[in-house]
Design a protein around this ligand. Structure first.
Ligand SMILES: *Cc1c(COP(=O)(O)O)cnc(C)c1O
Length: 440
């Protein structure tokens, strides 16, 4: 099993493998300051043990059940991260043909892939059918028709599940809530039975399951329990109409601790959900889930250096070398990431208070006012200090961009005391490789 952090270490809340050891921040057994010196900043560092511990919590929850965990890889699609989950026997939830190629490159099992998303192209459908994926999670009636045609043209039958929209409020940010009836995902509850009957009539399809996914960063069990009730009502009526469903997929969405958030542990959540499943007589069904953030979010930190400290009349700015292109969540969703020093300034080891603590807006170098990483943070910092932006394993690198021609950061995978470079720092030449100068 995965190793436990040492008792002397002071682990950060929600980050069992990120801890201060004698005032120095470490991921597993490796000091972050050493990694910053060797690899430069900004720098993403992921803990393998943390990912496997998060996966193990789901596996405990499903012990003795017929269940398949499909990592929703859009949370972090780096090959080295996918390898960890593929080697652990995970399936994958993909949303594009590119993600399919990544899973296969990382050694994932095609039969354990499910393909989600509202806008699959014919080319992506062909690619996934030829690879032999496990299931298409179809999001509209029109998509069913196209998928059936594509499968027939290849002489195949596409395994399908239909994503239903249970119309429950996950009480999360509107941009990451997906199960309310006015958003673009899934088919409406009241249309579901008719659409299943249509699917069952199409020659290129084989109905295998039903799925839902109600949103992300959900910190309460109630929306899951409500969604399960609604999905099970549908399962009962679909099966009563003569269409067998081999599996039920409850999506992903479990939250992590970013800022004193208290999501249920995966095994506790599933203990509650499985109780309901058993009560309603569906305990023997094959179960699928699609967690993303909860498997990788708190496995990652982003190490950054303070470039300048800029006092202002109303605000002080701490300008760091990571920016919204590396860490897009604050700009996109006003999201919170904790920011801590690599060298703890408190406690017995502190010799001198070199700089006073002040309130700062922590911002990046990009030419946008939206380029902030943290607001109103109490920090004692000076130029050259190194900071760690926490909970950056999910929806950071996978959403990163080259805005301002900034190269994407280095990514490292830490495994105990071992460090693997899983992505090198991107150069300007890498960025210009596909561009062509013209004869003017
Ligand atoms: C994004 C997504 C997930 C994963 O969501 P998390 O909040 O990262 O767990 C699962 N299923 C579908 C269909 C998704 O779009």
């Amino acid at each position: 099993m995965s190793q436990q952090p040492s008792a002397a270490a002071q682990a950060l809340p929600g980050h069992p493998f990120v801890a201060y050891h004698s005032a120095e921040l470490q991921v597993e057994d490796v000091r972050l300051s050493q990694l910053a010196t060797e690899h430069g900043t900004p720098l993403f560092v992921y803990s393998k043990a943390s990912m496997l511990a998060a996966l193990a919590a789901y596996e405990r929850g499903f012990a003795g059940r017929h269940a398949q965990i499909c990592y929703a890889m859009k949370a972090n699609s780096s090959l080295g991260v996918l390898q960890v989950f593929a080697a652990a026997g995970c399936g994958f939830d993909i949303v594009s043909g590119g993600e399919l190629e990544r899973v296969l490159a990382a050694g994932g099992d095609a039969a354990k892939i499910i393909f989600s998303g509202v806008g699959k192209t014919r080319a992506e459908m062909r690619q996934a059918l030829q690879a032999g994926i496990g299931c298409f999670n179809v999001e509209s009636e029109a998509e069913l028709d196209v998928l059936s045609q594509v499968a027939e043209s290849l002489g195949l039958r596409a395994p399908v599940s239909i994503r239903v929209n249970p119309n429950v409020d996950p009480k999360t940010h509107p941009y990451i809530s997906t199960g309310l009836k006015d958003n673009k995902f899934g088919v409406a509850h009241e249309d579901t039975l008719r659409i299943y009957q249509h699917a069952a009539s199409l020659k290129g399809l084989q109905v295998v399951g039903i799925d839902c996914h109600i949103g992300s960063q959900i910190t309460d069990a109630t929306p899951y329990l409500d969604a399960m009730d609604r999905v099970l009502d549908l399962v009962a009526s679909i099966e009563a109409s003569g269409i067998a469903l081999a599996h039920i997929d409850f999506g992903g969405g479990l939250g992590i601790n970013y800022n004193n958030d208290t999501p249920p542990a995966a095994d506790d959540l599933w203990a509650q959900l499985l109780r309901k499943l058993d009560e309603r007589g569906f305990g023997q069904k094959k179960l699928m889930i699609e967690p993303g953030r909860s498997l990788v979010g708190n496995a990652g930190v982003c190490v950054t250096e303070v470039l300048y400290v800029k006092p202002g009349e109303h605000k002080n700015f701490c300008i760091i070398d990571a920016a919204m292109n590396d860490l897009p969540r604050p700009a996109m969703y006003q999201a919170f990431h904790a920011i801590v020093p690599l060298l703890a300034q408190t406690g017995a080891t502190l010799k001198t208070t070199e700089v006073p603590e002040k309130m700062y807006d922590v911002v990046g170098p990009i030419c946008e006012s939206g380029d902030w990483i943290g607001r109103d943070r109490r920090l004692a910092v000076k130029a050259g200090d190194q900071l760690a932006v926490l909970s950056t394993g999910a929806y950071c690198m996978s959403m990163s961009s080259n805005y301002n021609t900034r190269g994407r950061a280095v990514e490292l995978l830490v495994d105990g005391g071992k460090v693997h470079v899983i992505r090198e720092r991107e150069t300007a030449a890498d960025q210009m490789r596909l561009e062509r100068l013209v004869r003017l």
